[in-house]
Design a protein around this ligand. Structure first.
Ligand code: ZN
Length: 288
């Protein structure tokens, strides 16, 4: 993907040097992948995660260490994020105008390190990238890009762009009222039904990411050879069936919340092929 020296978004909030925060019960956030369940609880995240999982409210000790210094490699990632976010602004502004007859209100992207406080609660890097509908912000720890490559086997800059595009897609769902509708339904559904609704929401976000890629190519001409393959490979890498098989050796379809590898790839590809947001009604097509 061509990104060096291109126009950047001004809606990136850099909180990488911030630390501390109060542990609150998280809720309503939508992510890219369920890392909590499959994750190796590495480093300092153990107690944080246990708190998150048990929903406990507890103060965290403020870190006294000095803020880590950003490396040149990390600064390049920041530039990358700003450019991709700008591309999503240009593309979704156009789609809202042309296809939906509405105005697009772009989200803010918060960059953090290790842990962050959002209106959906405190989250650690182990949560993975996520979108919080309550404050309309996307949250990303840049270290996830390294994980995407080494742990999930999905290298490439367009795989990284897909991650951002997927979270922006949740913002689009928020703008269109989809998240609110789904959350209302999920609140009174059984766990299995609730998971099924989550899968449809996530697959639609993958579909919207594909629509974004379609427009990025057509409008901005920024895709290079192999880019599409990188995004599809990333979608495949984070399918529920693949992650469950890796983590526990077997799959439990009722517990899926994001869809299988095949579904994630299929919906992304469909979005890319059509470029038409109306083709992405995962709720009607898969039943709910
Ligand atoms: Zn998601």
């Amino acid at each position: 993907m061509k990104y060096k020296g291109r126009e950047r978004s001004s809606r990136v909030e850099d909180r990488r040097s911030g630390g501390g925060g109060r542990m609150v019960r998280g809720g309503g956030l939508v992510g890219l992948v369920v890392l909590l369940l499959y994750g190796v609880f590495s480093g300092n995240f153990g107690p944080l995660l246990q708190n998150l999982l048990s929903g406990g409210a507890q103060s965290l000790t403020q870190s006294t260490e000095s803020a880590p210094v950003s490396s040149a490699a990390e600064e390049e990632l920041v530039e990358f994020c700003e450019v991709v976010l700008r591309d999503t602004e240009v593309v979704w502004e156009r789609i809202f105008r042309e296809q939906l007859g509405a105005r697009y209100e772009p989200p803010t992207l918060v960059l953090f390190r290790d842990r962050v406080e959002s209106a959906c609660g405190l989250a650690s890097a182990a949560t993975g990238p996520f979108y919080c509908p309550a404050d309309r912000k996307l949250y990303l720890d840049l270290s996830f890009f390294e994980e995407l490559k080494s742990r999930f086997g999905a290298p490439g800059d367009f795989a990284m762009a897909y991650v951002i595009a997927h979270e922006v897609a949740h913002h689009v769902q928020n703008n269109l009222g989809t998240l609110e509708k789904v959350n209302t339904l999920r609140a009174r559904a059984s766990e299995t039904q609730s998971n099924a609704l989550s899968v449809r929401t996530e697959l639609q976000a993958d579909f919207y990411s594909g629509v974004w890629a379609h427009y990025a190519e057509r409008l901005l001409g920024t895709l290079e050879d192999g880019d599409l393959k990188e995004a599809l490979n990333a979608a495949q890498a984070i399918g529920d069936d693949r992650l469950q098989k890796q983590a526990q050796g077997y799959v439990v379809p009722e517990s899926f919340t994001h869809g299988t590898s095949a579904q994630r790839m299929e919906w992304f590809a469909r979005g890319y092929k059509t470029g038409d947001v109306r083709q992405g009604d995962t709720f009607a097509e898969l039943g709910s």
